[in-house]
Design a protein around this ligand. Structure first.
Ligand SMILES: NC(=O)c1ccc[n+]([C@@H]2O[C@H](COP(=O)([O-])OP(=O)(O)OC[C@H]3O[C@@H](n4cnc5c(N)ncnc54)[C@H](OP(=O)(O)O)[C@@H]3O)[C@@H](O)[C@H]2O)c1
Length: 252
């Protein structure tokens, strides 16, 4: 996938890893980046840094009307970065209700799937293009302390594989980006090493350029995959121990 002269849409592009993707795409020569954001004002700083190239668009990924309007407005897109996500810090049994788990599924699973469905014809018209789904090492191993979030990322990973097969005929490359721990608002409660959002975006662009199916963006994601291969039961036990810890730690 060539990034130079491409047009991209980044969901949740106003801050965190999404903002880093917007900046990295622009720096790599993308002609335009649509900055999907619940509140276009929250992306005004990007629009003024790159007038006409960073273009905010109202896009709550849980709203089918806004997804449809974005697909209509952004007919020039050839790269879709499904980045928007939420971690609501609830467990499955311990939570007072399933509201948080449902919301995480809406944002982290149905959001990207809805975007992929709406943009598949747009990508096809523009030569195939690419979808990158920003997932998590919590989608490789179940993390009981992230009981709502982790299953939503497992579902997102499975959907990525299904969508890749469905869109192979129109030459759309579909990448699962497995992200460990990153220094954004979402991981404010996590202790230990955290990567820079710009490094995750750089790994994402590298995966895009090379057309990779699934990529671990950082050391934590790599270590989780290695532990899973080496001794899945030991990894499950260490994840379960986090339930009784005061904070989630990356172990560094
Ligand atoms: N940080 C980590 O350690 C980490 C690790 C693994 C994976 N990830 C994944 O990386 C992605 C980005 O997370 P981040 O770390 O950058 O988190 P963040 O700083 O909390 O940013 C989350 C972004 O998603 C947006 N968002 C939330 N709900 C939305 C919705 N319904 N519609 C549209 N946008 C919505 C937020 O918009 P508002 O500003 O309007 O709230 C914000 O732009 C997520 O998919 C996350 O699961 C993060």
């Amino acid at each position: 996938m060539r990034i130079e002269d491409s047009v991209a849409l980044v969901t949740g592009g106003n801050r965190g890893i999404g903002e880093a993707f917007v900046r990295a795409l622009l720096a790599a020569g993308a002609r335009k980046v649509w900055v999907g954001t619940r509140d276009p004002e929250a992306a005004a700083h990007l629009a003024s840094e790159a007038p006409g190239r960073a273009v905010p668009i109202a896009l709550d990924v849980t709203r089918p009307d806004q997804i449809a309007a974005a697909a209509e407005a952004c007919g020039d897109v050839s790269i879709l970065i499904n980045n928007a996500g939420a971690f609501l810090n609830q467990r499955l049994i311990d939570a007072p209700t399933l509201d948080a788990a449902r919301e995480e599924m809406e944002i982290n699973y149905f959001g990207p799937v809805g975007l992929a469905r709406a943009f598949a014809p747009v990508l096809a018209r523009n030569g195939g293009g690419a979808i990158v789904n920003v997932l998590s090492s919590g989608g490789l191993v179940a993390v009981p302390a992230m009981g709502g979030y982790s299953p939503s990322k497992f579902a997102g990973r499975a959907a990525t594989t299904c969508i890749r097969a469905e869109l192979a005929g129109q030459d759309t490359q579909v990448t699962a980006l497995i992200v460990g721990s990153v220094d954004t608002r979402m991981a404010a409660h996590v202790a230990g090493r955290k990567e820079k959002p710009s490094d995750i975006a750089a790994a994402g662009l590298n995966a895009l350029r090379r057309g990779l199916d699934e990529v671990d963006t950082d050391i934590m994601a790599i270590e989780v995959r290695a532990s899973l291969a080496r001794d899945p039961k030991a990894l499950e036990r260490s994840m379960a121990r986090m339930l009784s810890a005061a904070t989630i730690s990356t172990g560094r």
